[in-house]
Design a binder for this molecule. Structure first.
Ligand code: SAM
Length: 269
């Protein structure tokens, strides 16, 4: 039996979520997580935005442990690697039985968390947000028996570093995808200016007070001139991206005005 985080479990510490989290209709997206550490998934998914999404009935998260499908009385899920070497490798039999037990649409994606996979990014998050079910397979220890790859429709990496297990990558993807589901964030409009949404990094944001320790909020943001604010935000986003992630500018859709602004910026350096 999968462990499901119920709407009731999703006790949100976020006050706003407590006020807004009313169940309305069936979950738009169900995440199925195959992991030896279901408590890691459950703990995170009870809080903040994902907790709110569950409470509102828009998201569901179910975790499944391969240990429940182990063949021996010690519930062994790993073994020493063929050919020798340090560490333990996840065995195929409990993993196959566990993944095959999941009730999900047969064509739905199964993501294997691995440093060898395709790097996760916002465009993959957007693509995945159109699904009704997403299954994650989390490795642990030295990794998994290579035959486990055949269970996956896609291999995904969080980045060029090695983590202890696939749980943090799976949670990262759950978070990035879950917040794109309508009704999960309070206002969908808050996604509009987020980093990567339009291929750029987001520019700086400010709140009250207008002056703090001599640092002053730019005048334009307090001017009430919406057109000037939009132009300022766009230019700061272009500047931020140019300075920190110039590679993103190669793919970002840029207007003539954007290109002129960037040309001016380059000349200043
Ligand atoms: C300690 S790692 C194993 C690393 C493996 N020996 C290697 O060198 O590729 C254990 C598990 O954590 C997960 N993991 C670690 N780093 C990851 C990353 N950057 N992206 C996605 N999953 C990762 C994978 O599920 C992996 O099987």
């Amino acid at each position: 039996m999968p462990d499901e985080i119920s709407a009731e479990d999703a006790q949100n510490t976020d006050k706003q979520a407590e006020n807004e989290g009313q169940a309305t209709e069936g979950a738009a997206l169900t995440f199925h997580v195959v992991t030896l550490f279901p408590e890691m998934i459950e703990l995170y998914c009870r809080t903040s935005i994902i907790g709110r999404g569950i409470k509102a009935g828009r998201l569901a998260v179910k975790s499944y442990s391969p240990r429940d499908f182990a063949l021996d009385k010690y519930r062994k899920v790993d073994d020493t690697p063929y050919g020798g070497g340090a560490g333990m490798v996840l065995k195929p039999e409990p993993m196959f039985a566990c993944v095959e037990s999941i009730k999900r649409p047969p064509q739905s994606p199964v993501l294997l968390m691995t440093p060898q996979g395709r790097p996760f990014d916002q465009s993959l998050a957007a693509q995945l947000s159109a699904e009704t079910d997403i299954t994650f397979i989390c490795g642990h220890y030295e990794g998994f028996d290579d035959r486990i790859r055949s269970l996956a429709t896609m291999e995904v990496s969080l980045g060029d570093y090695v983590l202890t297990g696939g749980e943090l990558p799976a949670l990262t993807i759950i978070d990035a995808v879950g917040r794109l589901i309508p009704g999960v964030l309070g206002k969908m409009v808050s996604l509009a200016h987020e980093s990567f949404n339009d291929g750029l990094l987001e520019g700086p944001q400010y709140t009250k007070p207008a002056e703090f320790r001599g640092m002053v909020v730019p005048e334009v943001l307090r001017s009430g001139d919406h057109q000037a604010v939009d132009r300022w935000r766009r230019e700061r986003a272009l500047e931020e991206t140019f300075r920190n992630r110039p590679d993103l500018l190669e793919k970002a859709p840029l207007s003539k005005t954007d290109k002129e602004f960037l040309a001016k910026l380059k000349k200043q350096l």
